[in-house]
Each structure stands twice: as C-alpha cells, then as structure tokens.
Design a protein. Structure first.
Length: 436
C-alpha cells in the first residue's frame, strides 16, 4: 500500500490550482489523511478542517457509508456514458436530487461547480432562443462574485484577480455592484442595509433594453469573495425585477447547497425561488467530482417544443452522470438524512454566530460576517491586500485550525456535523491568534 506519509521528492510536476508554487514549496502543507473534522499532515500535525475541504465535506471526512457505496459501484459498473444510452443509477441520483429541491423538476449533471455554472448560462441562452427570443444574450453577474473559472463563470464573476490574465471573455456580460456596505459591518446574519442594490439590475435593463437580457446569476451568500450574506429583501427584489422583465434568475448554490444554511438549499432558507440553480461540492460530500444544474419544468419544457429531430439541449460531458459520482450522491443524501446533518447545522448556527462575534472588538479586526455554518473574520489590511490574511492563516494552521484566506478575510465553512464543543475549540484557536 502507498502510505503517502512523506514529502514527495518532486514538488514541481503538479501545477497547483490557485497556488504560487514558490509559497507552497517554502512550507509545504501536505495532508496525509482525514477523519471527521480533522486532517493529519505527513509529519503528524493535526488540524481542524475549518473549511470542510473547500466548502464541500458537509458530513465530515472519511464517512464509511459513502466510501463503501463508491467501492461497490466501481466493482458493479465502473463507467458507462449517457449519450444516447443510460444507466439506472444516474436516474436514481437525479430523482434524489429533485426530491430534495422543492419545485425543481430536472437536474443536468456536470463534474464541478464551474461546469455547472457554464451549463446554466448556456441553458439560459438556449432557453430564450427556443422561445423565439434569441436576442436575449446579456448575462448579468455581480462584483465580488465567484462563479468558477470557466469562460462563462469568469465572465459573470467579479473577482478581478481571477479575470485579469484573460482579456475580454464573454463579450455580453454586465455586472451589478456587490452588497458590501460599510454600515453592514458586524451584522449578525443577514445585514439590514442594501436591498436597493438589486435595483442595479433594473438600471441595466433600462440602459441595455430588458428584451436583451437573458439571465442574472447570484450566489445567495457571496462565498469565495469573503462570505457576504445578502441584505434583507435583496434577493426578493432581484426576483421581482426578473419577473417583471422576463429574465431568468439563477442562484449559484455551489457553496450554499446541501445544508450550509440548515436547509437543503439556500433558496429554501430565503424563501426566494430562482428559475435554475447550480450545485456541486456537497453533492457527494466531495468524495467524487460532481455537480449539476437544477431547473424548473418551465425552463426544460421550452426545449421540448422544437422539431422532433433536435436534441433538447445540445450540450453534455463524457462524465455527466458518472456511475461512481451517482453512487456517492445517493449515499451522501442517505447520510445527510439519517444523521440529521442539515438539522444539526440549523441548531449550531446560533452557537457559531456567538463564537465568531466574540472577535468584533479584537484588535485588527475590520468585520465579522456569518450565516448558517459559514463565516468570515475580516482583518484590517496591513501591507499589501492579503498579507494580514495570509499571516493569520499560517499562525492558525500552526495552532491546529485550517481556514481559507480570501484577501484579508479568514473564511470558514466547517463540516455541518460540528458540535458545540468543537465550535468552542475553533473559538479558542482563533482567540489564541486574534486576541493573544
Ligand atoms: N460557484 C461557486 C459559488 C463556488 O464557490 C465555486 C467553487 N468554490 C464554483 C462555482 C466552482 O466550483 P468548482 O471549483 O467545483 O469548479
């Protein structure tokens, strides 16, 4: 057996995602194994996984039922594609998905969040075309948004660093402002101010002509941009403007999906129903790459009215509905249900909120934000943007907690299995660095 417990000789061949290799090689943090909420590094250092993988291991690590389901499926049917043929487990997984998502009737499987976003944007364009409104080509996103790294998602995304190297991308993308207002600092949960910022969508309609706008995409809670919950009334207002102008509303639930706010999806938490939403990450508890786009019947039906010879959507991935990913999805849903994972998130959210907001007055803290079991401690900038965040990340790692630096925000999204005492442990480690 390959134990994977030492530092590999070659740290060059793997071109790492979003990582400057010179930083990594100066102090390689190499994880050998994981169980529950803990990682253990190759040199035996144990850290609490404060980011649940990368916002994705909602049931914690090493869940035996999921491992077993993947092993069994690999032995039974390792792979079959779904282009003009199919296999039962993909249909079973899709049924489980739509059962969880009230009012959504179909799911298109992808392999990642980025693919889910680009698929949703393409469905929006093709939907309008199928209904004779092919002039609707504008896709609207927001500043600070993260929608993955493929062409469509980058185009509607709003994190400058991610886009700077790539030029124009999709030419008909427009952006609304983000909802980070100074008066919202230290809000507990959803902030009070900023519903009016949804009117940026109306302004884009007025400037471009509403009849040219296909869709608007929004993370219900900005995640990778630094954990910004939506101001009260904001998502409701977006929905109204979309309805009044024939625009599709897409929620990007790649982070918020599968219980992060205590409900299966954020749309249920906020009581605002989009026309489509994306999900990934927690769909398989991150064990096998998997994502999907959920649509209402109304969206799908538009595609079924074309000529008999046309496929209903000319789009797909070799691995859409991969048997291993589908087996992992079904087992993951069983675990979420049987272990009351979403309910635990809802019960722990107030404890999490209190723990995080003990840092509101800590020196060098600019803001603290939270919703469900996600949160961020935003540090004041010291030196270049990101320097303070990186220094705190390193200090926290050494003390036994991994967080995700997003600029100077320390983003956290622990496994949803978290107990009160584990929240206490996270609080103690944060305090040892933020209030030494
Ligand atoms: N959308 C959102 C909201 C995300 O947070 C992410 C990943 N963090 C993505 C899309 C992209 O997902 P992936 O990395 O699986 O492509």
């Amino acid at each position: 057996m390959n134990e994977q417990t030492s530092v590999p000789n070659d740290l060059d061949s793997f071109w790492m995602p979003f990582t400057a290799s010179r930083w990594f090689k100066a102090n390689p943090r190499l994880i050998a194994k994981a169980k529950g909420i803990h990682y253990t590094t190759v040199d035996g250092h144990e850290v609490i996984d404060g980011t649940g993988g990368l916002w994705c291991c909602n049931a914690g690590h090493g869940v035996d039922r999921i491992t077993k389901a993947i092993q069994d499926q690999a032995a039974r049917l390792d792979f079959a594609h779904s282009f003009n043929q199919g296999h039962p487990i993909a249909f079973q997984a899709a049924s489980r998905m739509v059962d969880l998502a009230d009012g959504f009737d179909h799911v298109f499987f992808t392999n990642s969040g980025s693919e889910a976003v680009d698929t949703a944007l393409k469905i929006a364009l093709a939907y309008h075309q199928a209904r004779g409104e092919g002039q609707r080509r504008i896709l609207v996103g927001r500043a600070k948004a993260y929608h993955g790294i493929n062409f469509g998602g980058l185009s509607v995304g709003g994190l400058g660093l991610n886009k700077g190297q790539f030029g124009t991308l999709y030419p008909s993308a427009q952006h609304m402002r983000h909802t980070d207002l100074p008066e919202n600092r230290f809000s507990h949960g959803q902030p009070e101010h900023g519903a009016h910022l949804a009117d940026d969508l109306q302004a884009i309609c007025d400037a471009q002509g509403a009849h040219t706008i296909a869709a608007v995409i929004a993370e219900p809670v900005f995640g990778a941009g630094g954990v910004y919950p939506p101001p009260k009334g904001y998502l409701e207002r977006l929905r109204e403007i979309c309805d009044a102008n024939g625009i599709l509303l897409i929620f990007d639930e790649v982070i918020t999906g599968f219980g992060r706010l205590g409900t299966p999806f954020a749309s249920q938490y906020f009581g605002v129903k989009p026309d489509m939403f994306t999900a990934a990450k927690g769909m398989t508890n991150a064990t096998v790459p998997m994502g999907g786009v959920f649509t209402t019947a109304a969206v799908r039906d538009a595609f079924l009215q074309g000529p008999e010879t046309m496929p209903d959507l000319f789009h797909g991935y070799t691995y859409s509905g991969h048997p291993l990913a589908c087996a992992a999805t079904i087992a993951t849903m069983d675990v979420y249900r049987d272990e009351g994972i979403f309910e635990n998130c809802a019960a722990m959210a107030p404890v999490w909120q209190d723990m995080l907001h003990q840092f509101d007055n800590a020196p060098g803290v600019h803001d603290v934000r939270n919703l469900g079991l996600m949160g961020a401690v935003h540090l004041e900038q010291k030196g270049a943007v990101g320097d303070a965040g990186r220094a705190a990340y390193e200090a926290l790692w050494d003390k036994g907690l991994s967080v995700r630096p997003a600029g100077d925000s320390l983003a956290m999204s622990p496994p949803l299995t978290l107990t009160e005492s584990e929240i206490g442990q996270i609080g103690d480690i944060l305090a040892s660095v933020l209030k030494p």
